[in-house]
Write a protein that binds this ligand. Structure first.
Ligand code: DP6
Length: 361
């Protein structure tokens, strides 16, 4: 470290988009390491609309690790933050900033504290995968600050310990989270199936049915499902393994008919598993159900499906249109059924260049 001064600050800012699963992760086999009961596949969304921006700073003047989310200080005492910080610190390397006359050695990192400021440009904890973008961005930014040499897949195994779905946000395009077999979680990580250019006809429209925080968090919801749902066991063992292979093929061949059928069916099964939980968990509401009916009716009236729908742990619809023309008709339909002054929808988020690149600075 610089001998003469305690005044320096080194900073890194990163931006990471959120991702939406088209084959869902729901259920852990290990709660601490965040190891899932099945593989999952996601699409990473356009960062202009849904992303987290995180600045991490280190200075000898900081006397504890601190974090602010959307301008408010939050506690870092939770196990998930601590796991990410610990794993990144363990991989930290020497850093030199000649302009500032700062040299930090590998050993120094265990004594230095970080300040973290994170912003979401979308509602937090409303079922729009805010924790996914948040932990991916945190791990990525800390990794850059501490000169960690691991690649994005290895970083994904660290982000996973912050929030399972976060591991998929280290990559752009289409991403698979491999559940892995090892007890220590070393092989439970994300890999990119195809980059953002592979299928760039797709347009993603999000109908924000409610921007309020959800009542049952994903973490507690999936814990209750694992404890009580027999349907989950069937899903994880019998259904998802086959569906993952079919989805990989649909993505490879840009086969929208299969892609949309698999996406919608998997979303519906995930919500069926939530209903099979005791007590049952209801993430979708009447507006969500109406959106499903509108899309199903439309898809059936055409020669080929036009739009896929998927819902995470909340009522908001993520709608994936096969191309720009279908997206335009979709928006017209949404405006017709849910006019801007109606109480049914809070807002729309339209991803014009819908599929994002890898996490970056
Ligand atoms: C429905 O990743 O938020 O969005 O691992 O407990 O943090 P934790 O859960 P989280 O769950 C996401 C669930 C989901 C499906 C998905 O993204 O695959």
């Amino acid at each position: 470290m610089a001998e003469d001064s305690q005044n320096w600050v080194l900073m890194v800012t990163a931006q990471t988009p959120t991702n939406i699963a088209v084959i869902k992760y729901w259920g852990k086999r290990d709660e601490t390491l965040i190891l899932p009961v099945n593989d999952s596949i996601s699409v990473t969304l356009d960062p202009n609309h849904l992303c987290t921006t995180t600045t991490v700073a280190v200075s000898p003047a900081f006397n504890q690790d601190r974090m602010w989310l959307n301008g408010k200080e939050i506690s870092l005492s939770g196990g998930r933050f601590q796991s990410c910080l610990r794993e990144i610190r363990a991989r930290a390397c020497d850093v030199e900033d000649t302009k500032k006359g700062v040299k930090i050695t590998k050993e120094d990192w265990s004594k230095l504290h970080v300040h973290i400021a994170s912003y979401n440009n979308f509602p937090t904890a409303a079922g729009l995968a805010s924790s996914a973008a948040g932990f991916a961005c945190l791990v990525y930014a800390l990794g850059k600050l501490m000169n960690v040499k691991e690649d994005n897949s290895q970083l994904s195994a660290i982000a996973r310990q912050g929030s399972g779905s976060a591991c998929r946000s280290l990559f752009g395009g289409f991403v698979k989270w491999i559940m892995g077999k090892e007890e220590n979680g070393s092989d439970s990580l994300a890999v990119q199936l195809a980059d953002e250019k592979h299928w760039d006809d797709l347009v993603i429209v999000i109908a924000v049915v409610s921007s309020r925080q959800k009542e049952t968090s994903s973490t507690s919801g999936m814990r209750e499902t694992v404890e009580t749902s027999l349907l989950l066991q069937h899903r994880a063992k019998e259904v998802v393994p086959k569906r993952i292979l079919q989805m990989e093929e649909a993505i490879r061949n840009r086969d929208f008919a299969s892609f949309s059928q698999l996406t919608c069916t998997d979303s519906n099964q995930f919500h069926a598993v939530c209903l099979d939980t005791s007590p049952p968990i209801f993430y979708m509401n009447d507006t969500s159900h109406r959106i499903i009916s509108i899309v199903e009716k439309w898809n059936r009236s055409e020669e080929a499906p036009q739009v896929a729908y998927t819902f995470d742990a909340g009522p908001n619809a993520v709608l994936i249109a096969r191309n720009r023309k279908a997206a335009t008709i979709l928006i017209q339909k949404l405006l017709y059924y849910f006019p801007p002054n109606s109480d049914d929808l809070d807002s729309y988020i339209i991803g014009d260049k819908s599929i994002a690149k890898d996490a970056g600075i």
